[in-house]
Design a protein around this ligand. Sequence first.
Ligand SMILES: NC(=O)c1ccc[n+]([C@@H]2O[C@H](COP(=O)([O-])OP(=O)(O)OC[C@H]3O[C@@H](n4cnc5c(N)ncnc54)[C@H](O)[C@@H]3O)[C@@H](O)[C@H]2O)c1
Length: 341
Amino acid sequence: MVFDHVDFDDHEQVTFVNDVKVGLRAIVAIHRGRGTTAGGGVRFRPYPSDDEALTDVLRLSRAMTYKMVLARLPVGGAKSVIIGDPSRDKTPELLAAFGRFVESLDGRYTCGPDIGTDEHDMDIIATETDSVAGRASRGGSTAPPTAIGAFHGLRATAKAVFGSDDLAGRRIAIQGAGGVGSNLAQLLTEAGAEVIVADVNGDAARAVADTWGATAVDTDHILSADVDIVSPNAVGAVLDDNSIPTIRAKAVCGSANNQLARPEHAAMLADLGIAWAPDYVVSSGGAIAGVCDVGIITPAERDRKLAAVYDTTLEVLETAMAEGRSTDTVAGELARHLLVD
Ligand SMILES: NC(=O)c1ccc[n+]([C@@H]2O[C@H](COP(=O)([O-])OP(=O)(O)OC[C@H]3O[C@@H](n4cnc5c(N)ncnc54)[C@H](O)[C@@H]3O)[C@@H](O)[C@H]2O)c1
């Protein structure tokens, strides 16, 4: 049941989509529409059960609302999950059918890429609806703007923790050398930081290291590396009971969504004196670019909002440090405050 689900947070609309002809089974959740549209990516994953898909879409859509309000974007949060293995089940027909469903929502939901979908898939969805951000043919990948936002988040983190946002000479460990991690490595090395990078795909890490003058290392010890800041840019749930006590850096700041394995890990980080910049504050660059893509904000506003990731990250970290609270508590409170304004 949805209404009594533990992650149900008065979501405005949760729709189960079933198109047997093309094998489409999806759940689309609009958490808050905020009177305009609600934005959020399309996650394509072979969920082990329908319940896990529902849990994911309810949590992720709520996190999107937080991400949107903290980025001061005039849109709400939503998310879609398509249940299936993208390498086997993702067909143009399925994506087009999903596009027709998005179109039926009449602008209330704007989709974009997420795990298991990319900018080329968005082009196919866009054959059926205009409510699509992050298309290859318009705006392109959201990874570069996400990296720009994360870069500003890292500068703010350095300011809060070390007293200066100058990253020259700062040692930063990047987990994940994919779309975001590789762009971030470029921005950081150009700013004079000393970057180490690890990826389960060793070739990806070596390519980033060779191109930007970083150092590729083993994935096993990247979070516990002897650096100033650790930057997770790979997968979620990397901050857990096992990894947190091994962190030697003074701060953690990266774009990976849902970095905390459980909400209480925010307090565990705070108790150990590790400043954690919440992912939903730091990783809004893709959403900001997507909202620009569909014409809701101008390119100049997009650039201002990307730069403003610095201000929000700094506000959250400084407030949390001054009040001895976790950054997750402070950022959540700020998001709820902005939401009722
Ligand atoms: N791309 C965006 O616009 C965007 C926006 C917001 C948040 N994010 C989040 O940022 C993260 C990175 O996104 P991306 O677009 O770069 O994805 P990506 O798939 O391009 O890159 C992820 C990289 O992480 C590597 N990886 C996977 N598991 C790993 C592990 N355990 N250790 C080290 N490396 C590992 C993969 O091999 C891959 O190279 C994701 O968590 C994503 O949800 C991305």
